[in-house]
Write a protein that binds this ligand. Structure first.
Ligand code: GLA
Length: 404
């Protein structure tokens, strides 16, 4: 007995003197996070009333029930640091304080996200977290923050792995589970090291609200949907449940025509990208809502295998993208990158592909017949015995799900 209590005491002592194991919160974001973020539509023009109304609209429109759960305030919610160095909210725009806003969002059954930056100042010039990481993480836990987007402005001399790991450890020490979203624009190849640090990492610079263009801001560029899509090349092996490539938030509903919105949304789902809406969900058109709310297409993104899709072929401006899903299902999407209508023809009898990354095979050459459903027309369109012939308008997609 004496020996047992000695062993017990020794074990207790060891436990007490060892530091808490630092890690990210496991088990979060097992499918790509879904939600809404203020930046793409509102920039720095954020206030508590607007964010509450957005939360209301996410519930009332039905987007919440489709999985959009995180309401994230991006840059510019900040006031100054107080005399002890704790961050405060901008009192004019958030007079009730962030805790009250988080409580409101939670009361709607949604989750609450916030933004900071690894540097001294955020990209919008507000006080950022450098040197205040543990203090900020404690504040976020006190407020009820569930998601932190952590940016990379004003970080001269900082090591990215170190800076993001420090914030990860601070969040973990604060004790409230937080989805940690790294936003260093792919500068330091986060796909190579961030799996243990965060739940998603931006792979590129900022998205711009156009389908196929580059916006030059002088010292930096932001990128159209097609440009960002091309930058995902070679990254699929790094994504999976709990750790996702993030090609940036969506521009669906910010002015692109419906065909481009459809193509943008579909390709983000093929990439197993986080689906963070960036439009004014209080005032969206029926078309925009029909895109953001297409359950069958959301299901591609949210598939539990979490395998990022890939470009299989490209011919005459039409790309063929494939994504394996659970239950031996596959998605086959044709993306027309040109502005003119294209005809496509596909004889399934000659189609066999092995995805060496996931070790999955789609083979329609033999006896196995797949049923085909068109995910935007929302109807079954026969099976793989028949040659597929279709036309795809410019900047649009044809998206098919194949099931045995
Ligand atoms: C950076 C990020 C954007 C946004 C702004 C806010 O540019 O990449 O997504 O958060 O900062 O200032």
């Amino acid at each position: 007995m004496k020996n047992i209590s000695r062993i017990f005491l020794a074990a207790l002592l060891c436990f007490a003197i060892l530091p808490v194991q630092a890690q990210k919160f496991e088990g979060l974001a097992m499918t790509p996070p879904m939600g809404w973020n203020s930046w793409n539509k509102f920039g720095c023009d954020v206030n508590e009333q607007k964010i509450r109304e957005v939360a209301d609209a996410i519930v009332a429109s039905g987007l919440k029930d489709l999985g959009y759960e995180y309401v994230v305030i991006d840059d510019c919610w900040h006031g100054e640091r107080d005399s002890l160095g704790f961050i405060t909210a901008n009192a004019e725009h958030f007079p009730s304080g962030i805790k009250a806003l988080a409580d409101y969002i939670h009361s709607k059954g949604l989750k609450f996200g916030i933004y900071s930056c690894a540097g001294n100042k955020t990209c919008g010039g507000k006080p950022a977290s450098r040197g205040h990481e543990y203090q900020d993480a404690l504040t976020y836990a006190k407020w009820g923050v569930d998601y932190l987007k952590y940016d990379w402005c004003d970080t001269e001399g900082l090591n990215a792995v170190g800076a993001y790991t420090t914030m990860r450890d601070a969040l973990y020490a604060a004790g409230r589970p937080v989805v940690f979203s790294l936003c260093e624009w792919g500068n330091n190849k986060p796909w190579l090291w961030a799996k243990e640090v965060g739940h998603l990492w931006r792979t590129t610079g900022d998205v711009y609200n156009c389908f196929d263009c580059v916006k030059n801001w002088g010292t930096w560029n932001s990128w159209g949907v097609m440009q960002i899509l091309d930058m995902q090349d070679g990254l699929r092996e790094y994504a999976g449940p709990g750790h996702w490539n993030d090609p940036d938030m969506m521009e669906v509903g910010n002015g692109m025509p419906i065909n481009e919105e459809r193509a943008h949304f579909t390709m983000w789902c093929m990439l197993a990208a986080p689906l963070i809406a960036g439009n004014d969900v209080r005032n969206m058109t029926i078309e925009t809502f029909s895109v953001l709310s297409n359950k069958e297409v959301i299901d591609i993104d949210q598939d539990s295998l979490g395998i990022q899709g890939f470009k299989y072929a490209s011919k005459d401006s039409v790309e063929t993208w494939l994504k394996p899903l659970k239950n031996d299902q596959w998605v086959v999407c044709f993306l027309n990158r040109s502005t003119s209508t294209k005809n496509i023809e596909m004889d399934w009898k000659t189609f066999s592909v092995t995805d060496s990354l996931s070790n999955r095979i789609l083979d329609t050459t033999g006896k196995q017949i797949y049923k085909i459903s068109n995910l935007w027309l929302k109807k079954n369109t026969g099976d793989t015995r028949k040659v597929l012939k279709s036309t795809i308008p410019g900047h649009d997609v044809l998206c098919l799900k194949l099931s045995k």
